[in-house]
Design a protein around this ligand. Structure first.
Ligand SMILES: *Cc1c(COP(=O)(O)O)cnc(C)c1O
Length: 225
């Protein structure tokens, strides 16, 4: 018995999404039956933040699910998810990007990735500062990496009730996307993703040009740790 109405809550989110915006249903800490309920409604893209949990879910759930890894990824874990993961959203170092490229080559794949930006004020958040990200792109090593495809950027806004601050941070990400798109990816149609917006702030994300919202709690209920 499911004690949370996943289907109804899923539809509250996806039935109002503007064209061109996709939902990544964040299923971390939720059991397979919750994911299956969303799957039955047509949801195919799910996000997880722990390698072992993702591995078990990938093995036991339908193979046409597109898994996004959304958490902080240690380089020594990349090899476990490289064979099947669709997108690694939170690339926060050149070292990690190199390892993804190396492991993807071993499985003869090209893995989609996003560069994670640190814009929020919290000191605890991972991610590249805007200047780190500019440096990484300017250095150019990424151009030689045939087994990763940089598809855009990802960020988390500050956890605050101050909606203007959230909007400012997301707008900063939006402007930065336009900057690096023009400078490095102008002719690259694959570079098109702006991943921001969670349960509490995704309406603001939609107003600031997100193309991919990452919503968990609103769809699956509170997480049991
Ligand atoms: C958990 C998580 C989410 C989803 O958060 P909710 O508040 O449950 O919607 C989104 N992005 C990242 C990176 C997360 O870790």
């Amino acid at each position: 018995m499911m004690d949370y109405d996943v289907k109804t809550h899923l539809h509250e989110v996806i039935d109002h999404l503007p064209q061109g915006v996709r939902l990544v249903a964040i299923s971390k800490y939720h059991p397979n039956e919750y994911i299956e309920a969303a799957y039955e409604e047509g949801q195919r893209v799910f996000g997880e933040s722990h390698e072992q949990e993702l591995r078990l879910k990938h093995q036991s759930l339908p193979q046409d699910i597109e898994w996004h890894f959304i958490g902080h990824l240690q380089t020594n874990k990349v090899k476990y998810i490289a064979p099947y993961v669709t997108m690694i959203e939170a690339v926060d170092s050149l070292k990690l990007l190199r390892e993804i490229n190396k492991q993807a080559e071993k499985c003869d794949r090209r893995i989609k990735v996003l560069l994670e930006l640190h814009i929020a004020e919290e000191a605890t958040k991972y991610g590249l500062t805007l200047d780190d990200c500019r440096e990484l792109l300017a250095a150019g090593e990424w151009r030689e990496m045939q087994h990763v495809q940089i598809c855009g950027i990802m960020m988390m806004a500050s956890l605050t009730d101050d909606t203007e601050q959230i909007r400012r941070e997301m707008q900063t990400a939006r402007d930065f996307f336009d900057e690096i798109k023009a400078q490095y990816f102008a002719g690259d149609e694959a570079f098109c993703e702006r991943s921001w917006g969670m349960s509490d702030d995704y309406p603001i994300a939609l107003e600031t040009g997100s193309t991919m919202i990452r919503v968990g709690t609103k769809i699956f209920g509170p997480r049991v740790y």
